[in-house]
Write a protein that binds this ligand. Structure first.
Ligand code: GTP
Ligand code: MG
Ligand code: NA
Length: 457
């Protein structure tokens, strides 16, 4: 049962798909949690991470007589947003993964971000399974809680079975138009060339055992080549968060390597590279989402793959979405610092050179990139003169107020998914700087547009 002498890391599985196809709900169903209902507008706007120990997965697949010889300790599952604004987060998620689940709503078939996700996976040569979700929405579906899909399907009326077949055929054709062969997994005899479809319901759990078993079988098959442990650290900062009693912490995904308490690390900071020492390595309990606040477990060392909360000094200005670097005994610290600042340079290059434009502020470099990308699209076209990551403070208002002399309507802060301090709010009111806040990206545009129109009048 234990891994013995094999040095393998846990595979990373990324969930991708069009908005509202049920990606988060599928994970909730497996975890027994309710993350989706806590999301603003019911949409995911961050990358999430959940660790599933092999034992739990084995338990859930019992009915299918799963192979008990698993050699990986578990599976790290990455949730991503499906909303069109978050292409960069889908890209980041898919760049971290060994395998993916592409979720399609059986009632909708292929949608724009399904195709975008498919192309991302193709470009990375990633293997994936299609979860054909919401089968319970077939008219007349009889619930069969957490049952394997073939068993659940046998209990359905002929009408339900016919509608199911018809929709599957349509969706297989749509995939074919995208150059992809797909087949229901229990009919798929050529796993290498044809991608498997697993019908699921995130509401009543049908097909979930099948989905988990397929993931595990995949891990078994390919792990020797893909999952052999490497010494180099590969680690991405997902979020920077202040936690009561812990101070500023960073949530990271450790893709490869081992991190220890006391390791020296470098992360990208708003004001330059941050060199610090790991004070504590924390994880949520297994089967809990890292991005949701909860109780943490302490570790002396952690091996990839894992979603980890790191506490250390000086993380206040760390930039989410960037890589974390370990300073090894043979590394040149200045080199490591340069590497750590690379992502920030890319974002800074997107700021309007004329110096005229609004200020934008977001919670992570990922959401900032998404917002900058969105503001640049021709239909929106709002120039940006300044950016920041994290809550809006007085100094941010002061920076935005510079525009009052040049172009009054640009003396504006678009704040996405961040808080505004009361002092900043007071100053903005006195100075005549507008602050628009929203936790859904396109609401910012609606507010700003309405403001621009009100100015014209
Ligand atoms: P984004 O992260 O915003 O892209 O969406 P998502 O793909 O994570 O979908 P989410 O889990 O937020 O689910 C969207 C809606 O579909 C919610 O109202 C869910 O309750 C519902 N839903 C998800 N899966 C199922 C399912 O299997 N059956 C039914 N009937 N509803 C589902
Ligand atoms: Mg979601
Ligand atoms: Na959603």
């Amino acid at each position: 049962k234990k891994s013995g002498n094999l040095n393998l890391r846990s595979p990373i599985c990324c969930i991708l798909g069009h908005v509202d196809t049920g990606k988060t709900k599928l994970l909730d169903c497996i975890r027994g949690t309710n993350v989706q209902e806590g999301e603003a507008g019911g949409i995911t706007q961050q990358i999430g991470a959940t660790y599933f120990p092999t034992d739990n997965i084995r338990e859930r697949t019992k009915e299918l007589k799963a192979d008990a010889m698993l050699k990986v300790p578990g599976l790290l599952v990455i949730d991503t947003p499906g909303h069109e604004a978050f292409t960069n987060l889908r890209s980041r998620g898919s760049s971290l993964c060994d395998i993916a689940i592409l979720v399609v709503d059986i009632m909708h078939g292929l949608e724009p971000q399904t195709i975008e996700s498919l192309n991302l996976l193709k470009s990375r040569n990633a293997e994936f399974i299609v979860a054909l979700n919401k089968v319970d929405r077939l008219y007349g579906w009889k619930k069969c809680l957490n049952a394997p899909i073939v068993k659940a399907m046998k209990l359905q009326s002929i009408d339900v079975q016919n509608e199911f077949k018809m929709r599957v055929t349509q969706i297989v054709t749509q995939f074919k138009e995208q150059g992809l062969n797909t087949e229901l997994y229990y009919k798929n005899k050529n796993m290498g060339e044809t991608s498997s479809i697993v019908p699921t319901s995130a509401m009543s759990g049908e097909g979930i055992p099948d989905l988990l078993l397929l993931l595990i079988n995949w891990a078994q098959r390919t792990m020797e080549e893909k999952l052999t442990f490497m010494d180099d650290i590969q680690c991405t900062v997902l979020e920077v968060k202040v936690i009561e009693g812990l101070g500023t912490t960073i949530d990271v995904v450790l893709v490869n390597g081992v991190l220890h308490e006391g390791d020296q690390i470098v992360v990208c900071g708003m004001q330059g590279p941050i060199t610090t020492t790991i004070r504590a390595l924390l994880t949520p309990h297994p089967m809990k989402e890292l991005r949701v606040k909860g109780a943490y477990l302490h570790h002396k060392e952690l091996k990839a793959a894992q979603g980890i909360k790191i506490t250390a000094q000086g993380l206040e200005h760390a930039v989410a979405g960037t890589a974390l670097y370990l300073v090894g005994p043979n590394d040149d610290l200045d080199n490591v610092k340069d590497l750590a600042m690379q992502d920030m340079k890319n974002v800074m290059s997107r700021i309007d050179k004329s110096g005229e434009g609004v200020c934008v502020q977001a919670s992570t470099i990922g959401s900032l990139e998404a917002l900058l990308e969105f503001l640049k699209t021709p239909a929106v076209n709002i120039p940006v003169s300044g950016i920041n990551i994290g809550p809006v403070h007085k100094k941010d208002v002061m920076k935005a107020s510079v525009m009052l002399e040049r172009k009054k309507e640009y003396a504006t802060i678009l704040a996405f998914d961040v808080k505004v301090t009361p002092e900043a709010r007071d100053l903005a009111e006195d100075a005549g700087v507008k602050i628009f806040i929203a936790d859904i990206i396109y609401h910012l545009f609606d507010q700003f547009k309405a403001y621009m129109e009100s100015i014209k009048e």
